[in-house]
Design a protein around this ligand. Structure first.
Ligand code: PBG
Length: 331
């Protein structure tokens, strides 16, 4: 022992961290499985359950394979899914997005009856359905905002008609929430919820998703409609605008590099807030885990807890099924 005078701290934070039950009792941020939304990719064809490059553990299913997969999700405790369609045919108008017998309405009809207890959401965008891969129709080399709105509205109405509880416009067209809300109401779907991808940033973290959905733009990029990563004030304006246009739920996307936006949106607005823990965020953690560089379970918990702590009410995440399982085990 040295002769230094001993310091006796007055406040001892460690008292509250000493035992597991104590720590659990005082946990400020808890995850529960009901807040997770599992994204689901639906492909054309039959008997297909295909792996996706860069997204280990996530598969694309054809409509006939969905019921088995959904049973598994429900057994894991998942209560909500977000459907993405991967059509067999693309054209410059993205007609597959709003066709009555399109991939998403067919998927919806096949599961709606058997899984009435699920909250089924459908992404509303043209990028998976357009030959050029942009989120709207083109006028020259520009995406035509106002010409895209009626098409997004038609898609939303078809998805609601086939049983979607929630439609989620992700095209970042101005006025998309308003256009969709009006179209839904006119078609008699007043109860369909609109979740706006309100502050959706032009992000490198969508890379693996674009593999999964085959939706990378064939020229240019999405910076003319998606947001700049550095603009927080603008992100909050987008959220505010979506609320004004009638969004029931708003979203910040991606999640991890935008936790401050989530937190500020939570502080300012009194509506349910979703965060999208996107494909690239999933991939980087998976890659590190598969290399043995990170412990997957605890890293995933930390990430999801961080998103929750920032203020998200619901988290759209490719970890949904695994995370629900881990929670059951006492994660
Ligand atoms: C469609 C859409 C995208 C994502 C969700 N909806 C891709 C994009 O904007 O390019 C990304 C989701 C993810 O990366 O997990 N517009």
């Amino acid at each position: 022992m040295s002769d230094e005078p001993r310091v006796r701290p007055e406040r001892r934070g460690r008292r509250l961290r000493r035992t597991e039950p104590m720590r659990r009792m005082l946990d400020e941020t808890r995850l529960h499985k009901d807040m997770f939304v599992a994204p689901v990719f639906v492909v054309e064809g039959e008997g297909r359950a295909e792996e996706i490059d860069g997204m280990p553990g996530v598969l694309r299913y054809s409509v006939d394979r969905l019921p088995t997969y959904f049973e598994r999700l429900v057994r894991a405790g998942i209560r909500s899914v977000l459907l993405f369609g991967v059509p067999g045919h693309k054209d410059d108008q993205g007609t597959g997005a709003y066709a009555r017998d399109g991939i998403v309405p067919r998927a919806m009809s096949s599961i709606r009856q058997s899984f009435p207890e699920l909250v089924v959401m459908a992404d509303v965008c043209l990028c998976e359905y357009t030959s050029h891969g942009h989120c709207g129709v083109l006028r020259g080399r520009e995406v035509d905002n106002d010409g895209t709105l009626p098409l997004l509205s038609r898609a939303a109405v078809e998805y609601a008609r086939s049983g979607a509880d929630v439609v989620a416009p992700s095209a970042m067209m101005d006025g998309q929430v308003l256009a969709i809300r009006r179209a839904l109401d006119e078609a008699g779907f007043d109860d369909a919820v609109v979740m706006g991808y309100s502050a959706k940033h032009a992000s490198a973290f969508y890379g693996p998703f674009r593999n999964a959905a085959g939706s990378a733009p064939s020229f240019g990029d999405r910076r003319g409609y998606q947001m700049q990563p550095g603009n927080r004030r603008e992100a909050l304006r987008e959220v505010e605008e979506d609320i004004r246009e009638g969004a029931d739920i708003v979203m910040v996307k991606p999640a991890l590099a935008y936790l401050d936006v989530i937190s500020e949106a939570r502080r300012r607005f009194e509506v349910p807030l979703a965060a999208y823990n996107v494909s690239g965020e999933y991939s980087m953690l998976k890659a590190a885990a598969l290399n043995g560089w990170l412990d997957e379970k605890s890293a995933a918990r930390e990430v999801l807890t961080g998103i929750r702590r920032a203020g998200a009410d619901l988290i759209i995440t490719y970890f949904a099924e695994q995370a629900a399982g881990w929670i059951k085990e006492g994660w």
